[in-house]
Design a protein around this ligand. Structure first.
Ligand code: ADP
Ligand code: MG
Length: 703
C-alpha cells in the first residue's frame, strides 16, 4: 500500500501566492498589490519595498540566497542572472541581507548578447527587466541552490520589447478593451475586463542519457540527423495511450510533483503516438501565466529527465518517419463576470452574441491566416507542419457538424432556424450507460478547431514558446471585435445591425471553414482554389510580420511597433540560418569522423575476406555484393559531404540575413538530405557491431 500524497500541501509550495502575500503583508500593501494586479497601474515605492522584503523573508525561510529577474528573450527560452541578497557589511563587518523594492521592480541585465534584430544597432545595448506583477514569483530548485525567480518583461532603453512577454501583455489589454465593448453592446455592462485563458498540451520524447550522449546530433541539434528506420515504428498504434513504462512512470511522478510545487496544475499524462513520445497537459489559466508555466514545464521536463538518467527531447521532429511533437494551444476568453464568450450554450443558433463572436473569429483567422501561421513557426516545426501527422501548413477552422450547419443556414437564409441535435450514443450493452453525444466530434487534422467552448490551435511547435501564438490570436480577435463594435455602437437598430453583420462576416469568410481531412492532397488543391495561403516554411512565413496589414493591426492596438516587427522578422532569418548551420556542421562532423571511417574499416574487412575466401577456393558472392553496395554508398556519401562543405563555406560568407536563410533552406538542406540518404542506406547493410552511433531502435525502444 502507498501513503497518501499530500497534493494540497505540495501545490504551489514554491510560489509566492496571493494567500502568502495576504499572510505576510500589511493589509494596505496587500490591497494595493491586488488592485494593481487587477486594474493595472504601478505600485508605490513604499509598497514595493514592503513586498520585496516579505518576498525575501519567505524565500530565505526556504533556503534561498539569490534572486533573479526571470525573462523570455527572443531566443524562445528563458533567461536568468542570479544576484545574492548580500549587501555591504556594516561597520562591524556584519552582513544584513537586502532586497529592495527597486530591485524587485526593475533590473538591468546587459542586453547586448540577446537577439535584437537590429534594435541593438539603433538603440542602446541596455535592456531593462520589469516585474510582471500578474505572474507570481516562485522558487526554482536547482543545483545552485534554490533561486527566487521574479517573472519580468524585457525592454530596451527606449521601450522596445526585446522579449515575448511584453507584446503578449499588450495584446491581452487590447483584447480586453475590445471584448468589453462587445459585452456592453449585449447588455453585460458589469463586465470591465476580458481575459484570455490558455491550456497548452505539451508533447515530448524521452531518450536514455547514455545513448543520447553517443549521438552528437541529439546533443547539438536536439534531433537525429542520421538514422535508418527501426524495424518497428508506430504502425501498430500500440504506444498511443499504452501502459506507461516503469522508468517513464517514475519520471512522470517526479515531474508532476515538481510542477505542482511550482503552482503548475499538471493534470493529464499519457503516451503519445510515436514510440517514446509522451504528453502532459495542465489545467488552463490566464494567458501570460500559462506562457510562463509552459516555459517551466519544458524546463522541468529537462531537469527531471536528467535526474532519471534520461534526456527530454522537445524538438518538433527528433526522429524521421514517426510523429513529431507539437503543442495544442487551447484558447478561450472570459469576462470578469465569469462568462466564457466562446460558450455556445444549448441553442447556439439562437445565441446572437456567440454567433457574433464566432463570426468575428472567422473574419480574424481568415484575414490574418498568414500571421497565425507565422506565429506558430519555428525552425523545427518546418519538419512537422504539412507532414503527415501534424496539421497542414494551411490555416482553416473546424467547427463540427452542428455549428457548420448553423453557419451554412445563416449564410444561405440569414437565419439559423434549425439545430442539428446529437442523440444518445448507444453502447448496445444493457449494463453500460447510454452516453450523451458531444455536438462536435473531433477532427484531429484541423489546425484550428472549435472544441466545445474553446478553440484549439494545434500548429504550435513543441519546443516553441506559446507567447507569439497567443499574442497574435489576441490581436487579430481584438481587431475584429473593434470593427464590429465600431459598426454596432453606431447602429440605429441594434438587432437588425447585428444580424446583418453576422451574415456579412460569415458569408465573406466562410472559405476558412473546413471540416474534412486536412492531411489529404485534395485539401491542398481545394485550399488553393479558395485562395487560402499555404506557407511552407518559417522563413517564408516571416515576411507576414511586416506586411502593411500586419503593421496596421499591431500598431493600431499598440502591440508591436513597426520597428519591433522588423526586428522580429530579422531575428527569424538569423535564428534559422544559425540553426541549420549547426545541423550542417554536426552532420559534417559525424559523417567525416564517425560514419565514413567506420564504413571504410568495414569495406576493408570485406575486401580482405573476399581475397582470403577466394584464395581458399570459397564462394565470395555475398561478400562481393556487399562490397559493391557499400562502396557505391560510400562514394555517394563522400561526394555529398564534399558538396555540403563547399556550400557551407558559401553560406557562412553571406552577409544578408534573409538571403542567407533562404540559401540554407534551398541549398544546404538539400545537401544534408543528400548526405543522409546513403548514410542511412549504409546503416542497413553495415555490421551492427561497427556502426558508430546508437540506432533508432535503441533510441526509441530502449527507454
Ligand atoms: P483534449 O483536448 O486532449 O481532449 P481537454 O479538451 O480536456 O483535452 O483539455 C485540453 C486542454 O485544454 C487542457 O489544458 C485544458 O485545461 C484546456 N481547456 C479546457 N477548457 C478550456 C477553456 N475553456 N479555455 C482554455 N483552455 C481550456
Ligand atoms: Mg486537445
Amino acid at each position: 500500500m502507498y501513503d497518501k500524497v499530500n497534493v494540497e500541501g505540495v501545490f504551489a509550495k514554491n510560489v509566492f501566492t496571493l494567500s502568502k502575500m495576504k499572510e505576510r503583508l500589511p493589509k494596505d500593501a496587500y490591497k494595493e498589490v491586488v488592485h494593481v494586479m487587477n486594474e493595472g497601474g504601478e505600485i508605490s515605492k513604499q509598497t514595493a519595498n514592503v513586498v520585496a522584503n516579505a518576498m525575501k523573508e519567505w524565500a530565505e525561510e526556504n533556503g534561498v540566497t539569490h534572486y533573479t529577474h526571470w525573462f523570455q528573450p527572443l531566443t524562445g527560452i528563458t533567461a536568468e542572472k542570479h544576484d545574492a541578497f548580500v549587501s555591504h557589511p556594516d561597520e562591524d563587518g556584519k552582513m544584513i541581507t537586502e532586497f529592495s523594492g527597486k530591485e524587485l521592480i526593475k533590473g538591468e541585465p546587459d542586453a547586448s548578447s540577446f537577439p535584437s534584430g537590429g534594435l541593438r544597432a539603433t538603440f542602446e545595448a541596455r535592456g531593462y527587466t520589469a516585474w510582471d506583477i500578474t505572474s507570481p514569483a516562485f522558487i526554482k530548485e536547482a543545483s545552485t541552490g534554490p533561486i527566487l525567480c521574479i517573472p519580468t518583461a524585457f525592454c530596451s532603453y527606449t521601450g522596445e520589447a526585446l522579449d515575448k512577454k511584453t507584446p503578449l501583455l499588450r495584446s491581452m489589454e487590447a483584447l480586453s478593451t475590445q471584448a468589453v465593448r462587445i459585452e456592453h453592446l449585449f447588455g453585460n455592462t458589469a463586465a470591465t475586463k476580458v481575459t484570455p485563458s490558455v491550456g497548452p498540451e505539451q508533447e515530448y520524447f524521452l531518450v536514455d542519457a547514455d545513448l543520447y550522449k553517443k549521438r552528437s546530433d541529439l546533443v547539438y541539434a536536439g534531433r537525429t540527423l542520421f538514422g535508418a528506420p527501426a524495424p518497428k515504428g508506430q504502425e501498430m498504434e500500440d504506444h498511443y495511450f499504452g501502459v506507461i513504462r516503469e522508468r517513464v512512470g517514475a519520471f512522470m511522478k517526479d515531474l508532476n510533483e515538481e510542477l505542482w510545487k511550482l503552482g503548475v496544475t499538471a493534470k493529464t499524462q499519457h503516451n503519445e503516438v510515436a514510440p517514446a513520445q509522451h504528453e502532459l497537459a495542465p489545467i488552463y489559466e490566464t494567458a501570460n501565466v500559462a506562457v510562463d508555466h509552459n516555459q517551466l514545464v519544458m524546463e522541468t521536463m529537462k531537469r527531471v529527465a536528467t535526474n532519471h538518467n534520461m534526456r527530454c527531447l522537445l524538438h518538433e521532429k527528433p526522429y524521421a518517419g514517426v510523429n513529431g511533437s507539437g503543442k495544442h494551444n487551447n484558447w478561450s476568453i472570459t469576462t470578469d463576470t465569469g462568462k466564457n464568450m466562446l460558450e455556445p450554450g444549448d441553442t447556439p443558433n439562437e445565441n446572437i452574441e456567440f454567433l457574433l463572436v464566432l463570426a468575428c473569429i472567422m473574419k480574424a483567422v481568415d484575414e490574418h491566416a498568414d500571421l497565425l501561421r507565422q506565429s506558430a513557426s519555428d525552425v523545427g516545426n518546418d519538419h512537422r507542419l504539412g507532414a503527415d501527422e501534424a496539421p497542414p501548413a494551411i490555416i482553416s477552422i473546424f467547427l463540427g457538424d452542428q455549428l457548420d450547419d448553423v453557419v451554412r443556414q445563416l449564410v444561405e437564409t440569414g437565419a439559423a432556424k434549425k439545430l442539428k441535435t446529437s442523440d444518445k450514443l448507444k453502447t448496445g450493452v444493457s449494463t453500460l450507460p447510454d452516453l450523451e453525444k458531444d455536438a462536435t466530434d473531433r477532427n484531429r487534422t484541423s489546425p484550428f478547431a472549435f472544441t466545445g467552448n474553446k478553440f484549439e490551435f494545434r500548429m504550435v511547435g513543441s519546443a516553441d514558446s506559446i507567447a507569439a501564438a497567443n499574442t497574435t490570436l489576441n490581436a487579430i480577435v481584438a481587431e475584429a471585435f473593434c470593427e464590429a463594435a465600431d459598426t454596432l455602437e453606431k447602429a440605429k437598430d441594434f438587432d437588425i445591425a447585428v444580424h446583418d453583420l453576422i451574415k456579412e462576416y460569415m458569408t465573406d469568410h466562410q472559405r476558412i471553414i473546413f471540416n474534412g481531412d486536412g492531411y489529404a492532397d485534395a485539401w491542398v488543391k481545394e485550399a488553393e482554389q479558395r485562395g487560402l495561403p499555404n506557407i511552407k516554411s518559417t522563413i517564408e512565413a516571416a515576411s507576414a510580420l511586416t506586411s502593411k496589414k500586419a503593421i496596421k493591426l499591431f500598431d493600431r492596438f499598440g502591440i508591436y511597433t513597426e520597428t519591433e516587427l522588423q526586428s522580429r522578422e530579422e531575428i527569424t532569418y538569423e535564428i534559422y540560418a544559425k540553426t541549420i548551420n549547426i545541423e550542417a556542421l554536426t552532420m559534417i562532423d559525424m559523417a567525416g569522423k564517425q560514419i565514413i571511417p567506420a564504413v571504410v574499416r568495414y569495406s576493408k574487412t570485406l575486401a580482405d575476406t573476399i581475397i582470403a575466401v577466394k584464395e581458399a577456393g570459397g564462394d565470395v558472392y555475398t561478400q562481393s555484393v556487399l562490397l559493391k553496395d557499400v562502396s557505391k554508398n560510400l562514394t555517394m556519401m563522400q561526394k555529398a559531404l564534399d558538396k555540403l562543405k563547399k556550400d557551407e563555406a558559401k553560406a557562412s560568407a553571406m552577409t544578408d540575413a534573409k538571403k542567407q536563410a533562404f540559401f540554407y533552406k534551398d541549398t544546404i538542406k538539400a545537401d544534408m538530405d543528400a548526405l543522409r540518404a546513403p548514410a542511412d542506406a549504409l546503416e542497413m547493410i553495415v555490421d551492427k557491431k561497427i556502426w558508430p552511433i546508437p540506432t533508432y531502435g535503441e533510441l526509441m525502444f530502449e527507454v
